[in-house]
Design a protein around this ligand. Structure first.
Ligand code: GLY
Length: 329
């Protein structure tokens, strides 16, 4: 589709939606009591299940997103999150995570956290126990210790072996960074309340201290009960440049469907990034009325979607295959 057609289609659909529902500026439209969960990648399936279970056993929406993403943090076979995550170029695992409440905008985040397998728990403690929003590096670690979290080994056997091989190829420790499959999860509870969480080990072989989009509010995640919630996965630098998740939520506030909102954001990246369309960026979102959507610049991305207690892992068609490549550089 040509970019102009795409934008016109988006604007028309947005206007139609606004006229029919008056969503803009209104209180959240409650879903019919249905819980909706959407997350990134096939490993989101286990996260959605844990989130639902948490709600069913009386936990809050914030508890549910936290417990949901903890599943991937605990799984050593997932090399992009928590224990199992690949280290930086010095062989040290540095984890990023964030959590946000879409009703109050309260949030907590940790960046470049060493020594804890569950950065999302520390991020939640930042939200609950600290006057701050983001703690980084040594300060985040000090906070985690003060909160009573025990220090843990974070370099799994698989990650250690992968690092050994990488260093053999790059003896100076300066090979390219790669891989960025963040687990992001958006949940709407039966009251129409939205919470989001993100957790990642970031780019493998990254420069120590590098932080991507995932722990940054508005970039890797954003939630507003009045508009919707969104999380991102992909090249953190590219998603951060456009305030990706915030942009998706703001498009939904204006009436765009989640897919249109994500397409607008991918289009922004494609047109303005120095890398053009050669970017990995994917988003999943829930609008305030419970409508969900997913979008991805490139193929290979999957969403895990739970509605009516049933979860499906769905392949997401690539933006670059659906739209004209007029931004090619
Ligand atoms: N999207 C995860 C990262 O770039 O760190």
């Amino acid at each position: 589709m040509h970019r102009r057609d795409f934008l016109l289609r988006g604007a028309a659909a947005g206007a139609g939606f606004l006229a029919s529902t008056g969503l803009q500026g209104q209180s959240p439209t409650p879903t019919n009591g249905e819980v909706v969960v959407i997350s990134t990648w096939p490993f989101g399936k286990a996260a959605n299940a844990a989130a639902l279970e948490t709600l069913q056993s009386g936990g809050s929406a914030l508890d549910a997103v936290e417990k949901g993403v903890m599943t991937a943090e605990a799984d050593p076979s997932i090399q992009s999150v928590g224990y199992g995550g690949l280290p930086n170029r010095s062989g040290v695992v540095e984890l990023d995570a964030a959590i946000q409440d879409g009703r109050t905008f309260e949030s907590g985040a940790v960046c470049s956290l060493q020594g804890y397998r569950h950065p999302i728990k520390v991020a939640r403690a930042v939200l609950d126990q600290s006057p701050h929003l983001v703690l980084v590096g040594a300060g985040a670690r000090e906070f985690a210790t003060d909160q009573g979290f025990p220090i843990e080994e974070t370099l799994s056997e698989g990650a250690r072996e992968a690092y050994r091989k990488w260093r053999k190829k790059h003896p100076d420790g300066k090979g390219p960074a790669s891989g960025h499959d963040t687990l992001g999860l958006v949940l709407m509870n039966s009251d129409g309340h939205i919470c989001v969480a993100c957790t990642t080990s970031g780019l493998a072989w990254k420069h120590p201290g590098r932080v991507g989009d995932s722990p940054l509010l508005g970039h890797g995640l954003y939630a507003d009960d009045e508009a919707g919630g969104c999380v991102a996965t992909g090249d953190g630098e590219e998603i951060t440049r456009v305030c990706g998740s915030f942009l998706v939520v703001e498009w939904m506030r204006k009436g765009a469907t989640p897919e249109e909102a994500i397409d607008e954001t991918l289009d922004r990246i494609a047109r303005r990034s120095p890398r053009g369309r050669d970017v990995h960026a994917s988003f999943v979102a829930i609008r305030a009325d419970g409508m969900t959507g997913a979008g991805s610049m490139r193929k290979g991305f999957h969403q895990a979607l739970t509605r009516n207690g049933k979860t499906e892992v769905l392949s997401v068609p690539a933006f670059v295959d659906r739209t004209t490549d007029e931004n090619k550089r």
